[in-house]
Write a protein that binds this ligand. Structure first.
Ligand code: BJW
Length: 231
């Protein structure tokens, strides 16, 4: 059994038409991070943040999984592979591409969270400032998203898997945001073979053993085929 941990970022969904963050025309060129992706920004102007995520939710719903998502779905189903697929993405394209178990470390745009009691429920297509929680009735609904300064989800499970990994692969992530950008160092410490798949080397690219450069819809299916052929 091969233990594989895969980390994905916005680049894997780019060819499905979902904008990345740090491209010249990406989301952070259009919105101030501190306005839309921090708890302070939400406290200042919840309507602005709700509108930002309502738009992202609509874009994700309109997008279709691409060949890279589908290839990872095939890898997930392989019998001799123990895969943990960790995504920083808040869309559900991995699930719709056939991956059964996806860990959304930065949350999910289809989920709503109560800031008062931590109850979660499926987000409606439009959330509004002051929406109430179906469990405790407080007017404290928020998108179930991990903003800057908040703890990403299921870190214990991720670090446990990294400590057992034979192979660690980062796909379509710029390596600018921690703790995800630190996973390659953690996996290398555990003795894993580390591979970066991206259009160009990331900010932590020099830490990987191997680099595969090109669009994810081409590189990821080819890499998955090479893994499956070694079964
Ligand atoms: C293609 C492609 C194609 C394009 N094919 N590839 C150290 C120093 C200073 C600060 C910190 C620090 N450590 C931690 C921090 C604080 C902070 C942080 O990292 N700040 C940095 C700016 C330095 N981190 C946090 O606050 C995090 N929480 C935290 O650290 O808690 C404390 C903690 C303590 C101890 C242990 C653990 C935790 C929370 C981070 C939350 C990030 N949230 C966001 C927004 C919310 C989600 C959303 O709205 O979607 O998450 S920010 C944004 O960046 C989003 C993404 O998930 C994340 C990563 O972006 P990603 O996916 O890498 O996208 P891009 O656009 O950057 O890159 C795209 C890549 O794809 C590029 O490389 C392209 O080349 C490539 N590409 N097309 C292949 N077709």
């Amino acid at each position: 059994m091969r233990n594989i941990v895969i980390l994905t970022g916005a680049g894997i969904s780019a060819e499905s038409g979902i904008e990345t963050f740090r491209a010249d025309t990406g989301l952070w060129a259009q919105h101030k991070v501190e306005d839309v992706a921090t708890p302070e920004g939400f406290a200042r102007d919840p309507a602005r943040v709700m509108a930002f995520y309502n738009n992202r939710r609509a874009n994700a719903a309109a997008a279709r999984p691409n060949a890279a998502h589908q290839a990872l779905g095939r890898l997930d189903a392989a019998e001799d592979v123990n895969l943990l697929l960790v995504t920083q993405n808040i869309d559900d394209l991995h699930e719709r591409g056939g991956s059964a178990h996806v860990l959304h470390m930065h949350g999910a745009v289809n989920s709503a969270l109560c800031a008062a009691c931590d109850h979660r429920w499926p987000a409606p297509s439009e959330m509004h400032a002051g929406d109430s929680c179906p469990a405790c009735d407080a007017a404290t609904a928020r998108p179930d998203i991990v903003w800057f300064g908040e703890m990403p989800y299921q870190m214990d499970r991720i670090f446990a898997a990294l400590s057992q990994a034979d192979i660690f692969v980062a796909i379509g992530t710029s390596g600018n945001v921690y703790p995800a950008a630190g996973f390659v160092a953690e996996a290398a410490r555990a003795g894993a073979h580390t591979i970066e798949i991206n259009l160009e080397p990331s900010a932590v690219g020099s830490q990987f053993d191997e680099a595969i450069m090109g669009p994810a819809t081409q590189t990821v299916p080819a890499w998955v085929n090479s893994v499956l052929s070694k079964a």
